[in-house]
Design a protein around this ligand. Structure first.
Ligand SMILES: Nc1nc2c(ncn2[C@@H]2O[C@H](COP(=O)(O)OP(=O)(O)OP(=O)(O)O)[C@@H](O)[C@H]2O)c(=O)[nH]1
Length: 312
């Protein structure tokens, strides 16, 4: 069976999502930068090499303040992939401070290591204009929905036994403005600043945009559930991940998204009524419902633990 070898977005419109609060957030972050000792960049572990906002490198991090890359949602990829990613980031991007976390597990090694590492890096840095300040201040940055607010909540709970302060949501774009300092620990006295998730104003490649959409960094309806489902199908076939076949009611793999979604709708028994121009009502498989279901299967690990940036 042959499958698509490369991906091409089937609409002419490039994927972009840069609502007003993102531009404003970026400006607020730049203004706050002088009162920050360390940048904690959070990203989704399922897309470790793609989708990080290059604006952060240039305008926020700038290479001056200590920087830690937190790859969150590590529960959605394998430990073997984690080791590979860490090595690749060290070798290719000279990134030495990479930590994998799972915010659903307060005891995970990454959550335990994070504060001591930030503390050490700040202690060893010049602190620039902040040498005289007793408190350490860490700014959390990243694209939408990667778990920035969850991370603040889990750290605050772990170190201060305090309840959640930052609002968490399954849909991208929950945090809309740069928040005031939130205390994370007493000794050392450390604060964190939560910021809104910010994407590149224009996402540079179709495939990168689809990966961001698939892991939920953009609202599904904005990209189109059918397009996300089609990219998912392309990726699964290309990577020979055929777990989806029985789960969507097929007997063999298919590279045709319409065929997959119709089979899935029939398996789920979901239909919708459509009124034709001649007034006649016809019953059709509910494709939108099955596209949403197909995406949900990926997000809930039904196809396995998948690093979308994996190299074959
Ligand atoms: N599986 C898994 N889900 C997580 C983890 N951390 C956060 N989530 C979920 O990811 C979603 C987004 O979490 P948030 O903390 O709101 O993410 P955010 O980066 O602050 O989002 P924005 O405010 O939109 O930028 C929520 O549904 C969380 O429950 C994790 O480690 N593993």
């Amino acid at each position: 069976m042959s499958f698509r070898e490369s991906y091409k977005l089937i609409t002419k419109q490039a994927i972009r999502w840069f609502p007003g609060h993102m531009g404003k957030g970026l400006k607020q972050m730049q203004q706050k930068l002088k009162s920050v000792d360390c940048i904690l960049e959070v990203h989704d572990a399922r897309i470790p090499f793609s989708g990080r906002n290059p604006e952060f490198q240039q305008t926020i991090a700038g290479g001056v303040k200590p920087h830690i890359l937190v790859l969150n949602k590590k529960d959605l990829i394998t430990p073997k992939e984690q080791r590979y990613i860490k090595d690749a980031l060290r070798n290719r991007e000279r990134m030495d401070h990479v930590i994998f976390t799972n915010c659903k597990d307060q005891q995970c090694a990454g959550i335990r290591k994070l504060m001591p590492l930030a503390n050490e890096l700040i202690g060893n840095s010049g602190r620039y204009n902040r040498e005289g300040e007793r408190d350490y201040c860490v700014m959390i940055i990243g694209v939408p929905n990667v778990g920035k607010s969850s991370l603040i909540n889990v750290l605050r709970n772990r170190h201060l036994k305090k309840k959640a302060v930052s609002q968490v949501g399954a849909i991208a774009g929950v945090t809309r403005s740069v928040m005031e300092k939130i205390k994370i620990s007493e000794d050392p006295l450390m604060y964190m600043i939560d910021t809104p998730g910010i994407l590149e104003p224009k996402i540079s490649s179709d495939e990168m945009g689809m990966k961001l959409a698939l892991v939920g960094c953009l609202p599904d309806h904005l990209v189109g559930e059918d397009l996300i489902a089609d990219y998912l199908l392309y990726w699964l076939n290309k990577n020979k991940c055929f777990e989806y076949v029985p789960l969507v009611g097929l007997e063999q793999p298919s590279d045709n998204i319409s065929e997959v979604l119709v089979a899935c709708a029939n398996k789920l028994g979901v239909q919708r009524k459509i009124k034709r121009t001649d007034g006649q009502i016809i019953i059709m498989p509910d494709i939108l419902h099955s596209a949403r279901h197909f995406i949900k299967l990926f997000r809930t690990k039904a196809f396995g633990l998948l690093n979308l940036d994996r190299q074959n």
